[in-house]
Unconditional design. Structure first.
Length: 231
């Protein structure tokens, strides 16, 4: 964009040379400024990191491609660590929020569920992450998960509620579940969905499953981009 702007100015200068520099400078004032690239950090676990996939097949790479195909000048930073919990995310958020990060996707909690970490602990960790983003002036998209019923109704209710409640408290955007598109596919045909969208471990999506997730999350990330000043 900057090179194109310079070319336009040079052409204008040649065409309007007899009018002097003032005319060209006036033209420059009405031409649009170069758009700044928006950098989004995706803070998460193996689902964000792209476990079991080639780099170009992972969530951050596919999301970046999806957004760029729609005209967004964006870079998605992969801040996913396989096996990470909300505590790990809280420990890493300080150095994830570098000065060049304009927005952040937070997708943590799956490993908290696997370890049956009390929801109040997970909630406190997520709140710490949101506080850090708020202090840095970075808008957040908080992506949740839904707890299974095998931990009991109280655990399930407390875990499921923490994402929308924290998002509302901190003015973050919220998506109910990272895996919602895969869950919907499984409701229609469980075995077919496992074959089409999941890796052999039955836990992590394959490249096609990630594409399904990106199609669902992409519009919400566009809303996140819209919250970045001058984006």
């Amino acid at each position: 964009m900057t090179e194109r702007l310079g070319l336009l100015l040079c052409q204008a200068y040649g065409a309007l040379g007899s009018m002097g520099k003032a005319a060209v400078l006036s033209l420059a004032l009405v031409l649009p400024a170069a758009a700044e690239e928006v950098t989004i950090a995706a803070l998460g676990d193996s689902l964000t990191q792209g476990y079991g996939l080639m780099q170009e097949e992972g969530f951050t790479a596919q999301l970046q491609d999806w957004l760029m195909a729609r005209g967004h000048d964006v870079a998605i930073l992969n801040a996913g660590v396989s096996g990470d919990t909300t505590a790990g995310g809280l420990a890493r958020v300080g150095w994830t929020l570098t000065p060049d990060v304009d927005a952040m996707i937070v997708a943590l909690g799956g490993n908290d569920l696997l370890r049956a970490i009390p929801p109040e602990v997970s909630r406190a960790n997520l709140e710490g992450i949101l506080q850090a983003a708020q202090t840095a002036g970075v808008p957040v998209l908080l992506v949740g998960l839904t707890a299974p019923g095998n931990y009991g109704p109280e655990y399930q209710a407390a875990f499921d509620a923490m994402y929308p409640e924290l998002a509302e408290a901190y003015g973050a955007l919220h998506v109910e579940s990272f895996l919602a598109p895969l869950s919907a596919a499984a409701e229609a045909d469980r075995q077919g969905a496992l074959t089409a969208y999941m890796q052999a471990d039955g836990i992590h999506p394959n490249a096609a499953g990630v594409a399904l997730i990106v199609e669902a999350l992409g519009p919400e990330v566009e809303r996140l981009i819209a919250r970045v000043p001058d984006s």
